[in-house]
Ligand binder design. Structure first.
Ligand code: ATP
Ligand code: MG
Length: 337
């Protein structure tokens, strides 16, 4: 049998996966079901996993990044508690990898102002922005994110639904770069959505760290109960699963179902005429039960902040080596000196 020709586009290397979070607060159930579980699964299949703590991106929608270093360490804590293995994954902060930011300039030249202006996620984040005026970075951060993904030539990006427009732009940038410089240097990454690409928060909108509607993974059982008690429901006492017409109630039903690995209709039926109070009690118990092992690991890991910083140091070193190599290749194909 003839040996297949080597694939020049993809030299023999482990599949790379890049994904990340902004250090704006502790990770919540939306992250967990939206992307974190997928990250851990991918790690277990042996991919080369990169996790970016996107600290520069925090500046997109607020004038000040509050305690970014502390938030970054806490993200590492949440990752490890959820099952990310620092021996297998590269966890790094954006601001520690200067070569990554140098990729921003050539990439920015490949997109139009109009393209940036019509990005629906950017529009949504502007609406929730805590800035006095919309900054230039707000419009350009999807390109920044493209640099995060392309610096390590990621093949796959496990994200929530809100990130799909950004990922499409990353693919466009990779394609245009390859066309303009007649190269095949940058692979076009694929998005990986979970079965829960958009988990709603206690107010019925996308659960987000910065919108006060999240249940953090590291919350205590009592805090979890308090947050879920405050969730928005509706006037109909009979509990059903109907995401279109009853987003609040259905969001809670879905959360219980996810935690118990059950069908949401069955969960709703069981609660039936028990009303919102019974629904909230059920969800609280399901969440606390499901997260108990994670929370136990988290509490143990939290006693050693030095370890969390060491994980970041090692990740930053590796990410810098990868980014330096990609920047050198990019400069070479661009003919830079
Ligand atoms: P912020 O409010 O500061 O923007 P966030 O809660 O939106 O925080 P990010 O750090 O912006 O969190 O998002 C990190 C990743 O988690 C992204 O891939 C995003 O799509 C995913 N994600 C965030 N919230 C949810 C959610 N409610 N459901 C599913 N995925 C989510
Ligand atoms: Mg967000």
């Amino acid at each position: 049998m003839p040996t297949p020709a080597p694939d020049r586009r993809r030299p023999a290397r482990r599949r790379r996966v890049l994904t990340g979070d902004r250090p704006t607060g502790p990770l919540h159930l939306g992250h967990y079901f939206g992307t974190l579980q997928n990250r851990v699964r991918l790690q277990q299949t042996g991919v080369d996993l990169f996790l970016v703590i996107a600290d520069y991106q925090v500046l997109t929608d607020r004038d000040l990044a509050h305690r970014p270093a502390e938030h970054a360490e806490n993200l590492v804590l949440d990752y490890l508690a959820a099952g990310i293995d620092p021996e297998l994954a590269t966890v790094f902060t954006h601001s520690a990898v200067p070569a990554l930011n140098q990729l921003l300039l050539p990439f920015l030249s490949l997109v139009s102002v109009a393209e940036l202006g019509r990005n629906p996620t950017v529009k949504d984040e502007i609406a929730h922005s805590r800035q006095a005026a919309v900054s230039g970075l707000m419009f350009t951060y999807p390109v920044h994110q493209a640099a995060d993904i392309l610096f390590c030539k990621a093949d796959l990006v496990p994200v929530g639904q809100d990130q799909l427009p950004h990922l499409e732009l990353t693919r466009t940038i990779a394609r245009r770069f390859n066309d303009r410089y007649r190269t095949d240097l940058l692979p076009e990454p694929e998005a990986l959505l979970s079965d829960t690409p958009l988990l709603l928060g206690t107010d019925g909108a996308k659960m987000s760290k910065s919108r006060g509607n999240a249940v953090p993974l590291g919350a205590t059982e009592d805090e979890t109960a308090r947050l879920l008690r405050g969730a928005t429901t509706d006037a109909d006492r009979h509990i059903t699963y109907d995401p279109q017409r009853r987003p609040g109630v259905s969001g809670l039903v879905r959360l219980a179902a996810l935690c118990q690995d059950r069908d949401p209709h069955a969960v709703a039926e069981e609660i039936g005429s028990g009303g919102a109070a019974r629904l909230k009690a059920t969800v609280t118990e399901a969440v606390n039960e499901h997260l108990r092992p994670l929370r136990t690991r988290r509490a143990a890991l939290a006693t050693d902040r030095g370890h969390l910083r060491a994980v970041l140091d090692a990740g930053n070193r590796r990410a810098n080596a990868v980014a330096d190599a990609t920047l050198a290749e990019v400069r070479a194909v661009m003919g830079s000196v």
